[in-house]
Design a protein around this ligand. Structure first.
Ligand code: B16
Ligand code: MG
Length: 223
């Protein structure tokens, strides 16, 4: 049996709010400009992955070899980010995903700590627009993380900053790379999305409304 559950570590985009959709729309605009066959299915590979790595994946869809200079690549990534920032400027408190406020409230009452472990350098802006700055014990600064998901670094940093052992944590993710990161961090992994995308998750829920503190405690106890 594992240690008692002490912390729940949340991914941001696609778990706390639907910014996964905003990332998709911004990349889709860049893909359309470059005439790349970018689909929602392919977008699953970009979730949780850093901005430049996402661009590299997008460009890999080209049937011909693209020889962009580093400067051109940075300009494309910056343009995607400008589009994304325009979209997230509209985010408001009611955009928090169903079930999240109730889950955070229950975890607080139970004395279970919470953190955000996002790959996004825009995470603080999103949390600010949601007016959720006070609701998490820790928000890891993505700018301080050297190795992006699937590397466990951001989840391990969250546990360390909370002062808990990784084994005492549950991680919640909507990305394949994110679930791998949680597993590599030796945490209990909860996925949000389609079951077939997440063979390595300990449990997969179709949406955040299905999250429940008692079920997370029980799941963690079993792993
Ligand atoms: P940015 P998460 C990730 O956030 C997104 O899933 C991914 O699509 C994005 O490329 C990455 O953040 C970097 O974001 O360009 O804003 O720095 O899911 O880990 O919260
Ligand atoms: Mg995500």
């Amino acid at each position: 049996m594992s240690d008692k559950l002490q912390a729940v570590i949340f991914d941001l985009d696609g778990v706390i709010t639907d910014t996964a959709e905003h990332h998709y729309l911004a990349w889709k605009a860049i893909g359309d400009e470059l005439n790349l066959p970018f689909t929602r299915e392919f977008n699953e590979n970009l979730k949780g992955v850093s901005r430049l790595e996402s661009l590299r994946l997008l460009l890999s869809l080209s049937p011909v070899e693209l020889n962009y200079s580093e400067e051109q690549l940075n300009a494309l990534a910056e343009r995607k980010n400008d589009l994304y920032k325009e979209l997230i400027a509209q985010i408001k408190p009611s955009d928090v995903l169903p079930g999240i406020p109730e889950l955070l409230g229950k975890l607080k009452r139970l004395g279970i700590k919470t953190a955000i472990a996002s790959a996004s350098k825009n995470a603080f802006s999103v949390i600010k627009n949601l007016k959720m700055e006070e609701q998490f014990d820790i928000i890891v600064d993505a700018a301080e993380i050297k190795n992006s998901k699937p590397d466990p670094e951001v989840f391990l940093a969250a546990a360390e900053q909370l002062g808990v052992k990784p084994e005492a944590c549950v991680g919640i993710e909507d990305a394949v790379a994110g679930v791998e990161a949680i597993r590599s961090a030796h945490m209990t992994a909860v996925a949000i999305g389609k079951k077939e995308h997440f063979p390595h998750a300990h449990v997969t829920y179709s949406c955040t409304a299905e999250l429940n503190a008692d079920a997370l405690i029980e799941l963690h106890r079993q792993h």
